[in-house]
Ligand binder design. Sequence first.
Ligand code: CA
Length: 572
Amino acid sequence: MKKHFLIVLLVALLLPTTLFAQGSKATAAEDAVQYTPPAGTFPIVESPITVDIMVAQPPCVEDYNTNRFTKYMEELTGVKVNYIMIPPEQAATEKLALVLASGDYPDAFLGFAVSNELETNYGAMEGLFLPPLNDYYSKDWMPNMMTAFDEFPGAVGFMTNIDGNIYSFPPRLEGCYHCSNQAKMFGYQPFLDALGLETPPTTTGEFYQVLKAIKTQDPNGNGKADEIPPLAGSIIGWSDQVERFLLNSFIYCDLDTNINSNADDNVGYLMNGKKVDTAVNKDAYREGLAYINKLYKEGLIYNGSFTQDSSQLTQLVESSTEPVVGFATGGWRGQFSTIGGDRFNNFHAIAPLEGPDGVQYAVAFLQNPEVGQLVLSSETKYAEAIVRYFDYMYSLEGTLQQRNGFQGEAWDWAEEGQVGLDGKPAIWQELIQWNDKDPQNDTWIQTYAAAMTPSLKNGLASVPMSKDNPDYYKPDNNEKVLFDETRELYKPYEDTSVEVPKLKFTADENEEFSTVKRELANYIRQSAVKFMVGSLDVNDDKVWNDYLANLEKLQLSKVLDLMQTAYDRQYK
Ligand SMILES: [Ca+2]
């Protein structure tokens, strides 16, 4: 009790007395708010209302109350927001704690990065946040946000707390399109040309033959068999692992063999319908490891691939006078070559290879939103107004107004004939370069709610350039290259439904399982490397069966059950 008193006292001392002058609640007038249906149309209310929102102020926005975009929102919606700004130098979560302890709340909190744990503490346990917001997650209430969510599979489940309630709205939604299929393989085009290949290899069988040809047929033309290794990757580095690409010709497998990777993600877990399962105890996984082991044994994969990092990989690709590496794996070309160099410009992505049983996956890296950027106070009488006000910012127009500035000044809809990054008719064009560095008061610079969806991002008008243009693969055009390679070569082989969405665990579950999950993940990762390099013989049934038995000893089944419980809680 004493502690609580102290916090109240601190709040009284810290908050300016005028802070909530306009925020007195539960007056008779508020009960008579007249909304204009339906959601997604404006204005929101028949006669103007004022709501209080506390906002964590970023450096790039001078004043949320006098900001031109805020004024625009007020005119559009009929909702005047009294923004109570917490300057950047104050820690938002501490401020949130103080205000919640004071008992005198605004209607909502914006930009306080409320975590899952804080949602549980303040929302579920103390009842200070308005739950559940689940009903607002529908096209009846938030048509723009829900339309944007269509491009973020699993996002609603991700926003759902472990108690099944939704306590918050996401910040800006932004999809990194090329990151969503980041496990890529690149071939050195001059080698493929020298070997007379019109197209890169498309199957694991062809790939094996091409690696052998690189090793034996002198594609760099210096008369020496120095093209060793034909294929290289690294264990540390952004999707530099060769197996991350190659295993997916046998079974869907998101495994990252780097021992320091997260124990929950990229351990080879997968969805089998609504069932959480794993690749790592399946025969197809064993076949994939055996294929990689065969390449390794025949000297077709650089042996350092399972120990080195991406800078060593880059050294391998770049340091020789003549190019020697034929294929390399990575999230992009900068993972293994010097940006803008001749080798960088000549590595081109290849599609996932079709395996002997027709399996051909691109690993799906789900682009998740964040929870806790907009939370409503349990005291607010204006939930409907706030929800509809922010929903506008997830629309195409709202996103661009809020992010870039005003239509006709900072951006405009695309003109007839303009094409986007995706080669489709462009959606919008940038009139002035977007700048999120300098303080300004014209717009919000996408600081909070916004939806830069993949389709909107890729709908930016750009200058078309054919792949035959010598400038196409140069760094200036890199975003376009990343986009094209992802869309043409990887998206056709992606199935987001087999990737396990982000799971949330209770405090008790974390306490009971965190060590178990870590030990299991370490064993899976280390064993995979041992099978690939042959220190465990993947072709020996006894060795394989011992491995399977060890997975069970390390509680694989229990971990899958735990994940299933978490999955059902969030996504069922
Ligand atoms: Ca040579």
